[in-house]
Design a binder for this molecule. Structure first.
Ligand code: MN
Length: 474
């Protein structure tokens, strides 16, 4: 796609602004904003977003001001650049506050509050991060680790939320490689060996299905999908490191014309091979939370090979791989400011969660209490959000009690806990916290954890802290 005149003007502006600056790779700095814009263009983002991508580091790293950007490129671009700049700072604050947060904490809601609720700010940040990851080798090891960890914790889940499967996988694989190269290579080897073993048997299955589909006159394209290394790593942790229990290590994918054909293909596969019990999932009728659609089934072939099949339409496939970008392609519209700030109802179905999230964050940042239980999002289904007396938002697993909250603040706050107030009232330590509660922890110097606390803490984080404090006899 040819660049518009406004985008070319932004390229000139950014080039002037970053004149003389170098990246750690030794290249001129402008390479980075240009790459960010290119990624946003690939994602079908609107002109303002691409321009903000070009200018995203200008305010922070050069002598140019937000006012100058607004003068040249208008209010919307300035808003986005300001959002990205503020987001950097908000993340810093969260990290300071979050030093004691467990590594898995999903900070998306907090991030969106910090952006002024325009999802495009997060998308620019995602593009920015993707390019930084691609060029991570130029940074010193400590910085590499920090960026890789944050990418896995925040930006991978964000890409998943936006259903950008391909981007999520790239973020996860790159980050994981930096965090644990040995493990990454071990799992890569393991996958390759399995693939080699299964190859002939898979071919047999594929030929069998191909012949049957041809007989029925059904058109399809076909690809094999190997599970990403990082998803394998996560799944192995759940299955006691037993790779034989991972049935979807390799999957055969069938991409067909329409939904009816999906079910026809499924029928043919089930007629050829015996389906495994409880392994059929109809994500077409019931899409995943992020909108993902496909039929999944696992079968056992006559030569005793366990194979997962995934069947979907071309459109479903595009959504799964490109998510948000595909949405705008199919809907022939861009994520313009009105859409991005949730002012328009006509968002594609699979992006409606953006709107709900925006409404929730608007209320939260306006100091209103939000009943997240009423959100259809379900993205925080297993989580509650509670408040410190100062109004900081803390997310906890559902079922948490005051000690979980105390240990999340700081393990010393936990250890010295004598009681808790919820919404201003004294409560027992075995009280379950509810969505939106304001929680205050009372402490005393001479208090110590006692074994009974293990029944009054729900989260793994608090329980492991209590455990180790008891052992130390502190
Ligand atoms: Mn940047």
């Amino acid at each position: 796609m040819a660049k518009t005149e406004r985008i070319r003007a932004a390229v000139r502006f950014a080039t002037r602004a970053h004149e003389g600056q170098l990246r750690k790779t030794g290249e001129p700095y402008i390479v980075h904003p240009l790459a960010t814009q290119k990624i946003l263009e690939e994602w079908n983002m609107d002109e303002d977003t691409q321009i903000a991508g070009l200018l995203h580091d200008v305010v922070e790293d050069t002598g140019y001001t937000l006012e100058e950007i607004e003068g040249e490129f208008g209010k919307d671009v300035a808003f986005l650049v300001n959002g990205v700049t503020k987001l950097g700072k908000a993340r810093q604050n969260m990290r300071d506050l979050g030093e004691y947060l467990p590594a898995t904490s999903d900070n998306l809601l907090k991030l969106l509050i910090a952006t002024g609720q325009d999802i495009r700010v997060l998308i620019i940040k995602l593009a920015d991060r993707l390019h930084n990851l691609r060029t991570l080798s130029a940074l010193p090891p400590a910085k590499q680790q920090k960026i890789a960890r944050e990418s896995l914790e925040v930006f991978g889940p964000l890409a998943d939320r936006l259903q950008m499967g391909r981007v999520r996988v790239e973020i996860e694989e790159t980050s994981f490689k930096y965090l644990d190269l040995k493990r990454y290579e071990f799992l890569k080897d393991l996958t390759a060996k399995r693939l080699e073993q299964a190859d002939k048997k898979l071919k047999n299955a594929q030929e069998g299905v191909g012949a049957a589909l041809k007989k029925e006159g059904l058109k399809y394209t076909n690809d094999g999908r190997v599970k990403s290394i990082y998803s394998l790593h996560k799944k192995l942790a759940k299955y006691n490191q037993d790779v034989d229990r991972i049935y979807d290590l390799i999957a055969l994918r069938y991409i067909v014309e329409d939904v009816t054909t999906c079910y026809l293909v499924l029928g043919i596969i089930h007629a050829l091979f015996s389906p495994m019990d409880g392994r059929f999932k109809d994500y077409i009728a019931t899409p995943k939370q992020n909108g993902y659609q496909s039929l999944h089934t696992t079968v056992i072939t006559p030569d005793k090979q366990v194979v997962e099949f995934q069947i979907r339409t071309k459109e479903m496939h595009d959504y799964a791989e490109r998510g948000l970008a595909a949405s705008f392609y199919y809907n022939e519209q861009k994520l313009t400011s009105a859409y991005a700030r949730g002012q328009v109802d006509k968002l594609p179905m699979n992006l409606l969660w953006i709107k709900e999230l925006q409404e929730a964050t608007a209320k939260l940042s306006g100091g209103e209490k939000v009943d997240t239980r009423k959100l259809k999002l379900n993205m925080f289904a297993d989580k509650i959000f509670v408040y410190t007396p100062k109004g900081d938002i803390i997310d906890l697993p559902k079922g948490s009690m005051p000690l979980d909250f105390a240990y999340r603040l700081h393990s010393e706050v936990g250890a010295k806990c004598t009681g808790a107030k919820v919404n201003g009232k004294l409560v027992n330590l075995n009280t379950r916290l509810m969505q939106g509660d304001i929680v205050e922890i009372l402490t005393a110097k001479n208090t110590k954890p006692n074994p009974g606390w293990l029944t009054k803490a729900f989260s793994r984080h608090a329980r492991s802290k209590i455990f180790s404090q008891l052992k130390k006899g502190s």
